[in-house]
Design a protein around this ligand. Structure first.
Ligand code: GLU
Length: 548
């Protein structure tokens, strides 16, 4: 029975990599009939944002990754916010100080920098020089009185530390290369390393599953566990997922796409863009020059303003791009892990039931966006009409779609007509024509030339004839529209496209839309005719000019 934990530092939105860690925590716990704990590691006061923990929890719940113990649900080892556990950490700090396994220190950042530089100058690895005699209480008081920073460091024991990792096997570290690290900071908060070790013990964590970047922290954690008489949990360090560009999936991927777009946009009002992003002109210039990355939502705000799409990195990005949580869960479960089942489209329950911790891969995995799109398409198909409607409504709200106020009957029809779409965004975009006024339709120039103006405006002529025939129908339905269009195509001995494409362009302004018969029926006869008339009016004189 495994007790696992996901322990995010709430500094922003839940990253796709964090979601993957949380998912494996859940799978491992559920498969073994154990418990999954959520712990908020908010001990870095300079980096935590008060809303981030809530956002992370919302994102986990949206994915269907529900914790058994933690914030909101409680549990036997709470509180589950580290910032509320300072008295617990202090008790253990005292224990280590008393047993001689930790000591006070007062170095400033500048002094530490000097030591590092000196070591680098001598081509040595920097490790903190442990004093022969540890500062006593009076020295601590004196330092405090002088306004110095007071911290506590852990005495790293000498010798070799072996990490038994489920995925990587034995990984050996030489303790001599590891500094006496800080466990209590000058602001009275423990460091991540310390709080993590204490809480893993007190929360009864048996299995620590986390990203590969934490492997190098593990020998320090094991040394702390030994000094405190704690058990060492089973470790599994997940391999990295890389983006198609080769690097780590990070905000940099977004920044790159954004910068390219900014550079390509002619006559861009940079002052306006910086103000949209809520950053200063200097920050904006530094960002463009590649020297820095603005914090917070600046990058997303700029992209929204420019109307461009950025590669999704955080869970909320995928939500806003119209992905289903089921598809994401399925997809991330197969990153660095191979399922024993001989199919790829899997539900959370199937992932739990078939979970096998011996099937992790050591090598990096590629975040293949095309594959994710294909998974999303399959999961859209798997939902019942009601489930899909409910997901779609959530998506419309998040995307600020004009379709958000449409009634369920219309939305269900749209979803039916949008069958086979890869994302919910695709369905939304293809059906936007239903939610704008007739005179706001913008025509795609290339499409208009192709289907309306070519061959002396044969598309326009077709529209004029079609309009009369449509008006003559006594009742419209998908069927009557289909019969009418097919009938005309047959009579004129042309393909259905020659009849349907001008009509599609007239009602949507583009060739990318839902199937035409359903589209006309949903839009209604009156609006269809109005849009046809507007199109004829707008393009007829262009035909006349071309003929001249
Ligand atoms: N708070 C750490 C992080 O977000 C957790 C690392 C761990 O799982 O031990 O990276």
């Amino acid at each position: 029975m495994a007790v696992t934990r996901f322990a995010p530092s709430p500094t922003g939105y839940l990253h796709i990599g964090g979601a993957r860690t949380a998912l494996f925590d859940l799978l491992w716990a559920k498969k073994t009939g154990g418990k999954f704990v959520l712990r908020i590691e908010d001990t870095d006061q300079s980096r935590n944002s008060p809303t981030a923990a809530k956002q992370v929890m919302d994102d986990l719940q949206w994915l269907g990754i529900q914790w058994d113990q933690g914030p909101q649900v409680g549990g036997p080892a709470g509180p589950y916010y580290q910032s509320q556990r300072l008295d617990i950490y202090n008790r253990y700090i005292q224990q280590l100080l008393t047993s001689g396994n930790a000591y006070y220190c007062f170095d400033t950042a500048e002094e530490l920098e000097q030591m590092r530089k000196k070591a680098a100058g001598n081509k040595q690895n920097f490790t903190y020089p442990r004093p022969n005699k540890f500062p006593d209480a009076s020295e601590v008081e004196k330092a405090k009185a002088q306004g110095k920073d007071v911290m506590v460091r852990f005495c790293m024991p000498a010798g070799e530390i072996v990490v038994e990792d489920t995925i990587r096997g034995q990984v050996k570290f030489n303790s001599n290369d590891i500094s006496d690290f800080i466990i209590l900071k000058s602001d009275g908060f423990p460091t991540y390393h310390f709080a993590c070790v204490i809480d893993d013990e007190l929360m009864g964590i048996t299995h620590v599953i986390r990203g590969q970047e934490h492997l190098m922290n593990t020998p320090g954690h094991i040394a702390l566990q030994k000094a405190l008489g704690f058990k060492t949990p089973v470790y599994a360090h997940l391999s990295l997922t890389v983006s198609e560009g080769g690097g780590k999936m990070s905000k940099r991927d977004k920044a790159k796409v954004l910068k390219d777009a900014i550079k390509k946009t002619e006559g861009l009002d940079k002052v306006k863009l910086a103000s949209v992003a809520q950053i200063s002109a200097t920050e904006f210039e530094e960002f463009l020059a590649g020297d820095s990355m603005p914090d917070g939502p600046a990058i997303d705000l700029m992209a929204e303003y420019l109307g461009i799409e950025l590669p999704e990195i955080n869970i909320v990005d995928f939500f806003k791009s119209g992905y289903l949580p089921q598809a994401l869960v399925n997809f991330i479960a197969l990153l660095g892990y191979s399922s024993p089942l001989d199919k790829e489209i899997l539900t959370l329950q199937e992932l739990i039931d078939s979970f096998d911790p011996t099937r992790f891969n050591k090598t990096n995995s590629l975040f293949d966006r095309k594959k994710l799109l294909a998974f999303n398409m399959e999961h859209i198909k798997l939902l019942s009409a009601d489930e899909l409607l409910s997901r779609y409504k959530d998506y419309l709200k998040a995307a600020n779609s004009p379709a958000v106020n449409a009634d369920d009957i219309l939305l269900k029809r749209i979803l039916k007509a949008g069958e086979g779409a890869r994302t919910l965004a695709e369905i939304d975009h293809k059906s936007r024509f239903l939610f704008i006024e007739d005179n706001k339709i913008e025509y795609n120039q290339k499409d208009a030339e192709k289907v309306l103006l070519k061959n002396n405006g044969e598309g326009i002529a077709m529209l004029a004839q079609l309009k009369e025939k449509l008006l003559a129908l006594d009742k419209i339905s998908e069927e009557s529209i289909e019969n009418l269009l097919r009938g005309i195509a047959e009579q004129k001995q042309v393909g259905l496209g020659k009849v349907a494409q001008p009509l599609r362009l007239a009602i949507c302004g583009t060739m990318v839309s839902l199937p035409i018969f359903e589209s006309i029926d949903m839009l209604g006869l009156k609006a269809t005719v109005r849009r046809m008339e507007r199109t004829i009016e707008k393009f007829a004189n262009k035909v006349a000019k071309e003929i001249k």
